[in-house]
Design a protein around this ligand. Structure first.
Ligand SMILES: C[S@@+](CC[C@H](N)C(=O)[O-])C[C@H]1O[C@@H](n2cnc3c(N)ncnc32)[C@H](O)[C@@H]1O
Length: 461
């Protein structure tokens, strides 16, 4: 049989018309049915493209010049957008972004989960989709004897130097990155150098409570020793009254993972506070906390609506973090059990229950996929289970335990439509019906999308 040849060659220049978008937000143009993926191209555009990679079934192109622009093309407001890998959709109108996210969810459900008869509602977006992130982790390096901070250039570990702000970050965090950098620089604290694995300062992590304006600074170092530590702490706490917590995290490994195992308190409290609705939460350095506060409230309200609580229910909140969803549920349920793998997060969750005078929520440290079967063996029979797993989705053992527990309802909160679709297939085959799906835009300007899904047990099951 004759071997099929790709219709383009590397370095070839051509004019393409775009008709679709990939899940990542890249434009898709076709040559006799052969797809060419081009970052930053939009549907209905015509553009000059240079082919940079050729495979049997597809090619990747670089956008050289837009000849006919889509009405959805906008000027990216960030001056380093095309260099930085952090955002992927700044060139796209916000209306198109949220439409694209809904389509991404619909397509994943259909292709991966074979679910195509369920309403996927329009994505809940933000009125002002900028400056929303409450947390930043920014790398530090040295250049010409000075400390520099900035995100990495796409697919590299070179810091973008002319980056003095990140417009999806909160303004406070932007200011605090610069404050820590300049004080550390003046005090001569050496930057970590990845190549030689020497030096000290690796990353600056900041988290600020949107409603409280309390900031935690985490100085990530290679070494246990932090030169001029006292002076650094003194200046930060004296100059910036919003700083409530200064921590040091030690990461001595050659790794891309940002935080190491050990975190120690340098000054203040080991946590900051924030509020979601009428609940106050303490958040420590290693605990997960949603990055977009206004959208978190909308996400949790939807999860609560889908749980349909009356005050009589026993509820499990699996992958519960610091208990944010659990405590919202507890206000409307008889009893809530939360499980989470990070011990610091469970310590926060227990404190948060006390702080909010909630005594019908219990929290357990462990792998949800191990604790749930144990609960089943103990005879725990929840009416509702809420899951909010990381991107890889629910473990199979957890899905099996959920099916064995036979709750009336399952509320699935997901940050990855592909693993969501895979897991919904298993739950549907196990006797549940997917009722509705609500995408929520937790990450404007990026190609990530969050969803809340309502499932109910079929009567025959
Ligand atoms: C997407 S977060 C959700 C947290 C919380 N529901 C919230 O909204 O803040 C997922 C959480 O699952 C935890 N986690 C990851 N793997 C786990 C596992 N196998 N068992 C229990 N928790 C796990 C993470 O530490 C993280 O806190």
């Amino acid at each position: 049989m004759e071997k099929q040849k790709a219709p383009v060659q590397k370095n070839e220049m051509l004019t393409l018309t775009f008709e679709d978008l990939t899940h990542e937000g890249d434009g898709v143009g076709k040559l006799n049915g052969y797809p060419i993926f081009v970052p930053y191209a939009l549907p209905d555009e015509q553009a000059k493209v240079k082919i940079i990679k050729v495979k049997k079934n597809f090619a990747i192109g670089k956008l050289i010049e837009v000849e006919h622009a889509s009405p959805n093309r906008v000027e990216p407001p960030c001056n380093v957008y095309y260099q930085c890998g952090g955002c992927q959709l700044q060139h796209m109108s916000y209306t198109m972004q949220i439409d694209m996210k809904r389509t991404q969810v619909t397509n994943s459900l259909k292709k991966i989960g074979h679910i195509d008869n369920v309403p996927v509602h329009p994505t809940i977006g933000m009125d002002d989709p900028w400056r929303y992130r409450n947390k930043v982790q920014i790398p530090v390096a040295a250049k010409n004897g000075e400390l520099i901070t900035g995100f990495y250039r796409k697919r590299s570990h070179d810091i973008i130097e002319d980056m003095d702000r990140c417009i999806i970050n909160s303004e406070v965090n932007d200011r605090m990155v610069e404050a820590v950098r300049s004080i550390a620089d003046r005090l001569g604290i050496p930057a970590y150098d990845e190549k030689s694995h020497r030096g000290v300062l690796r990353h600056i992590m900041l988290r600020t409570g949107e409603m409280t304006n309390e900031t935690m600074i985490v100085i990530v170092t290679r070494t246990n020793e932090l030169p001029n530590k006292k002076a650094l702490i003194q200046e930060l706490k004296d100059t910036y009254p919003n700083v409530k917590s200064i921590m040091q995290n030690i990461n001595s490994q050659r790794t891309n993972v940002i935080l190491g195992k050990e975190t120690k308190l340098l000054w203040g409290d080991a946590y900051i506070h924030d509020k979601i609705g009428d609940l106050t939460f303490a958040i420590s350095a290693k605990s997960f906390y949603q990055v977009n506060p206004p959208q978190t409230k909308k996400l949790y309200d939807k999860a609560l609506e889908y749980a349909q609580l009356t005050g009589k229910e026993t509820v499990i909140d699996a992958y519960c973090g610091i208990g944010t969803i659990s405590l919202s549920l507890a206000q409307q349920a008889k009893k809530v059990y939360g499980v989470e793998i990070v011990p610091e997060a469970i310590a926060d969750a227990k404190e948060n229950a006390k702080r909010n005078h909630i005594d019908n929520a219990e929290f357990f440290v462990g792998q949800a996929e191990k604790v749930m079967p144990w609960w089943t063996a103990q005879g725990l029979q929840p009416d509702v289970i809420v899951v909010d797993p990381p991107r890889k989705g629910c473990d199979e053992a957890l899905l099996e335990a959920m099916l064995a527990m036979k709750p009336e309802r399952i509320v699935y909160v997901s940050c990855n439509p592909s693993t969501l679709a895979r897991d919904l297939r298993i739950l549907e085959d196990g006797g549940y019906e997917t009722k509705q799906v609500q995408p929520v835009d937790m990450f404007p300007q990026t190609n990530h999308v969050e969803c809340v899904v309502e499932l109910v047990r079929k009567l025959s099951n």
